[in-house]
Write a protein that binds this ligand. Structure first.
Ligand code: DUC
Ligand code: ZN
Ligand code: ZN
Length: 455
């Protein structure tokens, strides 16, 4: 064996137990009591928790968006992820007009592969649906790319899928073993409300929220769920942030439909009140943070299992770019950071007693691995799987600051947030990539993950 992690408390989605873990060639090869091997390096995890690395199924790294490029490169983003206990990211590859699905992923891979510090996969965003693209679904699935996304918004940006496109991709995905994700907000309502506020001279970040409040998101959630139910097709709703949508997801799940909802840490911690602050623009993302009732309903959804996954929608911009919208909220590039904060924040909430540690492992690691088809390799501590492992110190106190983060962004929305417990080591396929606050991995280590969704 190469490595033995001894005496830790192993936390899985359904189980908690004390055990040693043996690792060889990047894989977990034994789990048990008092594993010995004179050749192996030994790490003593007494008093610590041993968790599967988190899987962030929603990131936008160096993505052209909002008139610029999101501020974390593949290197900076995956480095920061590793330092927050995330060992796999799923990034969005935007289809250019005229390009194919596999071509889109390969183009992003050229950029990502030399930089990636942890393993990664892509969801391809379909923005130019043609008969050839529908015909390519099966090839993409066979290639190991079984997840696509459509935007129900961003009409002016040329990204939006109308209901016709949404229904076609839902049906084709069902037929070919793929899964469709949607960003659900109603574009026409956003446009009309935005124009009204601008005409009235209401230009602060608060009107970003007001132009896309709860019901604007809920309508699109309901419409997407309606189509998915009607076509009996699976559906994954990204960054769910409102109560009405949460209730519709719950209803559909109770009726037996394969509907998954993801939410993000920012919707579990901040409310729309944040947009009233002087620096409110730094928190602008879409969908925006909502009222307290929505926040509470999302936490409830996590507890009941109606929220299947937590991911970050990590899409940061520098403060100078956010400042473009100082006097006009429509000029603020949309997106916030969270890639390094998701697991520490959720685990801290568990440590404070809000939910169980097992639940955090379930929504941050085991479920995304299952839903997106990499649970043969990722998402749990089981013999034969990748040794993507986090050692967590439940006693470590940590205050988030831009100074102790590892991304390239000059601020964090999480500044000053106090956490109870923090990761102290992260292993990616058995290789130590984070230790005691320092990144110790290297760019180019991360591998592209081929996946297959089981149905
Ligand atoms: N929302 C954001 O805030 N940023 C990136 C894309 C998105 O949908
Ligand atoms: Zn989105
Ligand atoms: Zn997103």
């Amino acid at each position: 064996m190469d490595l033995i992690i001894k005496n830790g408390v192993v936390i899985m989605a359904r189980d908690t137990y004390k055990a040693d873990i043996g690792i060889k060639n990047g894989k977990i090869v034994s789990i048990g009591k008092e594993i010995e091997d004179n050749e192996a390096e030994v790490i003593d995890a007494e008093g610590k928790y041993v968790l599967p690395g988190a899987i962030d199924a929603h990131t936008h790294l160096e993505m052209p968006f909002g008139g610029t490029i999101s501020a974390d490169s593949y290197e900076a983003g995956t480095r920061a992820a590793a330092c927050g206990g995330t060992t796999t990211v799923f990034d969005f590859a935007l289809q250019q007009k005229g390009h194919g699905i596999i071509q889109t992923a390969k183009e992003r891979d050229e950029l990502c592969a030399p930089q990636a510090c942890i393993d990664y996969a892509f969801h391809v965003v379909i923005s130019d649906l043609r008969p050839e693209i529908l015909d390519e679904f099966q090839d993409a699935v066979d290639y190991g790319l079984p997840s696509f996304k459509v935007y129900m918004v961003y009409k002016k940006e040329g990204l939006m899928a109308d209901d016709g496109v949404l229904c076609q991709v839902l049906e084709k995905a069902k037929e070919t073993g793929a899964l469709i994700s949607v960003h659900a907000e109603n574009p026409d309502l956003i446009d009309i409300r935005t124009e009204k506020y601008l005409r009235e001279g209401k230009t602060s970040a608060w009107y970003h929220y007001m132009s896309r409040p709860e019901f604007v998101e809920a309508e699109a959630d309901k419409r997407a769920i309606h189509w998915a139910k009607s076509l009996n097709a699976p559906l994954y709703i990204v960054h769910l942030a409102n109560k009405e949508g949460m209730e519709e997801v719950k209803k559909a799940k109770d009726e037996g439909y394969e509907i998954y909802a993801e939410t993000c840490p920012q919707y579990l911690y901040f409310t729309n009140e944040i947009y009233k602050r002087e620096d409110g623009r730094n928190f602008v993302c879409s969908p925006p943070m909502k009222g307290k009732e929505s926040l509470d309903s999302l936490w409830k959804g996590i507890k009941t299992g109606d929220i299947s996954t937590i991911a970050t929608d990590h899409c940061p911009f520098q403060t100078s770019e956010k400042d473009w919208g100082k006097d006009d909220f429509t000029k603020i590039p949309n997106g916030c950071m969270g890639i390094e904060n998701m697991y520490p924040y959720m685990l801290s909430e568990a440590n404070k007693g809000r939910i169980s540690f097992n639940k955090v492992v379930e929504v941050c690691s085991t479920n995304p691995a299952k839903i997106f088809g990499c649970d043969d390799q990722k998402g749990s501590i089981v013999i034969g799987k990748d040794a993507d492992i986090v050692i967590y110190d439940p006693k470590k106190e940590f205050i988030i600051s831009k100074h102790n983060m590892h991304s390239d962004v000059d601020y964090t929305i999480w500044e000053g947030v106090k956490l109870k417990g923090y990761p102290v080591m992260t292993f990616s396929r058995g290789k130590l990539v984070f230790k005691d606050g320092e990144f110790v991995g290297k760019p180019g280590w991360g591998k592209f993950l081929k996946r297959k969704i089981k149905r």
